[in-house]
Every structure is written in C-alpha cells, then in structure tokens.
Design a binder for this molecule. Structure first.
Ligand code: NAD
Length: 485
C-alpha cells in the first residue's frame, strides 16, 4: 500500500489535530502492530465539525446547488473510490483484519455501488401535489433534514459509512461522521476523496474518537438534526434516550441473532454452503449473521456432519493471503468475548463439533477457528446472545410451526434465512418471521436499492433503499397557496 495513512480530524476539507492534542492507536489485529496514531476527537472537536456542517448548510454553494450537480459530485466520488480500490481495500484489511480478498472484491465495489445508486437518487427527490378542499394549491417539498451525525461500527467500516453518508449527501444534508475507534482509517481517506471530487468545505466531516466522547457529543449536540447509528443494541438504547432531549431524528441499526431455517426438503448442499456463508462470512462479525441454525429433525444429523466438515475447511490465516477465508478478530477484547461464549457453550452442555480454538498465525494475531455447536437448546446463552464471531449454534426443530416459534423466540429481529424447495412454505415462513430481512434459499444478499434494517431490539429506520433513504434524510414541508381569488 503506497499512500500515507490519514490520521487527523477532517473538518472543512482540512486536516486538524484534536483540540486536546490527544491521539489513540489503531492496530492491525492480524499482527498486533500499531498502524497509526489517530487524533482523538472530543466534544470540542465535534462542536467545530458541527459548526462547519451548519455553515455548509447555510452556504449557497451547497444548499442551492443544482440537483444534477449534486448527483455528479457523488458519481465523481464513487469513481475516485473505485480508482483507489487497492489502497482502500488494503487499508480496511490492515485496520479490521478481514481478508484482503473480501475487502477488495466485496467491500470496495459495494461502497462504490452505494455511492452510484444514491448519486442517481440526488436529482430524483420531489414532493407531491395534494388535492385539498377550497381554492388552494397544496404541495409538499422534500427538504434536507440538516446536519446528520453518522456513527458507525468496526465490522464493515467503509461500507456502513457509505450506507449513511451517500444517501444523506444525496438528499442535500451535511454530515459529521464518527467512525468506530477500532477502524477509523478508511472513512478519513474517503472524506478526503470527497473534497477531491469537489464537495464544498464542511459538507462531509469526520471526527474519529471514542464512543463515549466524540459519539456522545455528536448525539447531544443541538446543532445536529439527525443521528444515523449502526452498532450495538446497548449503545442504541443510550442514543435513543439521549436524543429524546433534543428530539432529533434517530435511526438505529442494531444487533441480531438471526435464524437460518433448513427444512428437510431443501437442496442440502446449497443449505450447508449458505449456512456457512451466513455465519462465517466476515468472521461472523456481521450484524445479520445467521448464528442460530434451525434444522428439521429428520435431516439434523446429516446436516451437522456436512456443516461441521465445511467449518473445518474454513482456512484461518494471514488476511493478505488469497486462500484465507477467516481473517483476524478485530481486537483482543472481541476475541476474549468470543472465547467466553465458546466456554459458555461447553459449560451449558452444547456439543462442540468444529473449531472453538484460539490460534495465532506466525505466532501473532487474534484468530479463532470456525466453530460449530450442535445439540444447542433455545435457552442456552449461545442461542440467545449476539456473539459477533464465527460461532454457529445448530438446533433441531419438528415442523414449520415449531421452526417459526423457535426462530421468533428472540429479542432481536434483524435478518433470517429459509431453505426449502416448497415455494408455499417459503412464503409462509417469510410472512411469519419477525425480521427486517428474509433470505430464501440464499443468505447475505445486499443491494443499495433493497432496504436493510431490523425490527424489535434490532432497531428502526433501515439503511439503503430509495424510499427508506427519503424518509430518513429528508423532511416534508406542506405549502398552501391561495388561488382563484
Ligand atoms: P458499539 O455500539 O460499541 O459501537 C458502535 C459505534 O458507536 C462506534 O463508533 C462507537 O464509538 C460508538 N459509540 C459507543 N458508545 C457510544 C455512545 N455512548 N454514544 C454515541 N456513540 C457511541 O458497536 P460495535 O462494537 O462497534 O459493533 C458491533 C455491534 O454493531 C454489534 O452489536 C452488531 O450487531 C452491530 N451492528 C449492526 C449492524 C446493522 O446494520 N444492524 C451492522 C453492523 C454492526
């Protein structure tokens, strides 16, 4: 990777140090090496960034920009991200530990795709004319919400940033992005590329820092009109409570414990492959991970055997190696968390059929092997709590009612999967699952046009999708005009 790593705050299209002068380390979890000391933004820095964003909203340059030009800025940014794909992919891999193959071939192109999709939206935002009684014309305007605070997690740093920043900018807002402290580097680089694309100063600001400092300050700031958050349910609750003070608009994409249901009539090979992708893709550090796999009793043993064999074949290794399928867990703290769940699974009587081991590669790094527990019961900790690691719980079920009841027996409601050749059964299950996303005979499919978000304790206000973005990042004004008088 050639380019120098950006480490400072990005405010008004310029690099700045934190007012306190403090920094924090960003570490490569595959090697333990500190790759950068990053400016540690706090309330004073957030305030500076919010003032910059408010100034941008007040400027004619941004608020009166022709919508076609706004669209072109986003297209140009997408092109620049694409052109810097090798650099951004390598940076994401070093910061997060995911295989370079995934970062370069999946995360970068999908980030580009999200910017292009919302570039296409920017000049197609319009209100309605409403038939009203009397000699009046009534119409609605779709206006930007204002300054949007975006707070993102560490598992898909540039992707999830794009899910928020691209639609917010397309709708004419200014943003202040607070990336996760574990993985702040790609967001800083993308914001710099936005300036190169021609975005005016203050439209796209980035303040790296700790959640309780920079993140909390963004949520509390009276100059921020909306918060778009992705992260844990625990922090989501704090944000919803805090935002109640100022009544700013909040959307929350939170945790999950998603069910993946395999019926006996499924294409078993495809189901085993899909269940493995569902839990092991992204090291299981995926909010939509299919971490509870429900298998119909008549094929349970056959499935467990094939699934365990597939897990054993997931190569743990240096994320830069082509053959690596499981990279490094993002931090030592997260690895400890994952291992504590492995211990809980053993202690509570689940049968460990694959993995469960903490390993190192060349004597370094935070790695764990792809782990499968069979004979899990619904009340076990590993069937209830989000692990956020490559640990699958496989549970048997008797019939369709039993599958739906067990799948819905969770506080979460993010994603879900169903594997069957019976189309009626597939639609019945899709209807009855309490989840924001249902994948039928597939898993982990994403498209910028398809909404992504949860129900229950997985949050509210989906990312992606045209209409959902419009709801989230614009406000409606109703205009009355007396006519014929
Ligand atoms: P986290 O909630 O600890 O942190 C997420 C972000 O919030 C980080 O930027 C963090 O600095 C910030 N933050 C922490 N405390 C804050 C506070 N008091 N005020 C404001 N901001 C604060 O989550 P994480 O550990 O980074 O990510 C893992 C979690 O994210 C998992 O639960 C996972 O399911 C969830 N997640 C959900 C989705 C989704 O789309 N639903 C996607 C990815 C991850």
């Amino acid at each position: 990777m050639s380019a120098e790593i950006r480490t400072r705050l990005w405010i008004r299209n310029e690099w700045e140090d934190a007012a306190s002068g403090e920094t924090f380390p960003s570490t490569n979890p595959a090697t333990g090496e500190v790759i950068a000391q990053v400016a540690r933004g706090d309330a004073a820095d957030v305030d500076r960034a919010v003032v910059a964003a408010r100034d941008a909203m007040a400027s004619k340059e941004w608020s009166r920009i022709n919508p076609h030009d706004r669209s072109q800025l986003l297209f140009r940014l997408a092109d620049l991200i694409e052109a810097h794909g090798d650099e951004l992919g390598a940076l994401e891999t070093r910061d997060n530990g995911k295989p370079y193959f995934e970062a370069r071939r999946i995360d970068v192109p999908s980030t580009v795709g999200v910017f292009r999709y919302f570039a296409g939206m920017a000049d197609k935002i319009f209100g309605e004319t409403i038939p009203v009684a009397g000699p009046f014309l009534n119409y609605t305007l779709r206006e930007p919400v204002g300054v949007v605070g975006c707070i993102t997690p560490w598992n898909f740093p540039m992707n999830i940033a794009s899910w928020k920043v691209a639609p917010a900018l397309a709708c004419g807002n200014a943003v202040v992005l607070k990336p996760a402290e574990e993985t702040p580097l790609t967001a800083l680089r993308i914001a710099e590329l936005a300036a190169e694309a021609g975005f005016p100063p203050g439209v796209f600001n980035v303040v790296p820092g700790m959640g309780e400092e920079a993140g909390a300050a963004l949520v509390a700031h009276p100059g921020v009109n909306a918060i778009s958050f992705t992260g844990s349910t625990e922090v989501g609750r704090i944000i919803a409570r805090e935002a109640a003070q100022s009544l700013k608009k909040v959307s929350l994409e939170l945790g999950g414990k998603s069910p993946n249901i395999v019926f006996a009539d499924a294409d078993m090979k495809a189901a085993v492959r899909g269940a493995a992708t569902g839990i092991f893709y992204g090291k299981g550090e995926v909010c939509a991970a299919g971490s509870r796999i429900f298998v119909e009793a008549s094929v349970y043993d056959e499935f467990v055997e094939a699934f365990a064999a597939r897990a054993e074949g997931m190569t743990v290794g240096d994320p830069m190696d082509k053959g690596t399928r499981l990279g490094a867990i993002v931090s030592e703290a997260q690895l400890d968390r994952v291992m504590s769940y492995v211990e809980a699974g053993k202690r509570e009587g689940a049968r460990l059929v694959a993995g469960g081991e903490r390993v190192q590669v060349d004597g370094k790094g935070n790695f764990v092997t792809a782990t499968v527990f069979a004979d899990v019961t619904p009340e076990m900790t590993i069937a209830r709590e989000e692990i956020f690691g490559p640990v699958a719980a496989v549970l048997p079920f008797d019939d369709i009612e039993d599958a739906i009841a067990k799948a819905n027996d969770t506080a979460f409601g993010l994603a879900s999967g169903v594997w069957t050749r019976d189309i009626g059964k597939a639609h019945r299950v899709a209807r009855d699952l309490e989840a924001g996303i249902v994948w039928v005979n597939t898993y982990n499919m994403y498209d910028p046009g398809a909404p992504f978000g949860g129900v229950k304790e997985s949050g509210y206000g989906p990312d992606l999708g045209y209409r959902t973005a419009l709801e989230k990042y614009t406000r409606t004004k109703s205009v009355w005009v007396a006519v014929d008088r």
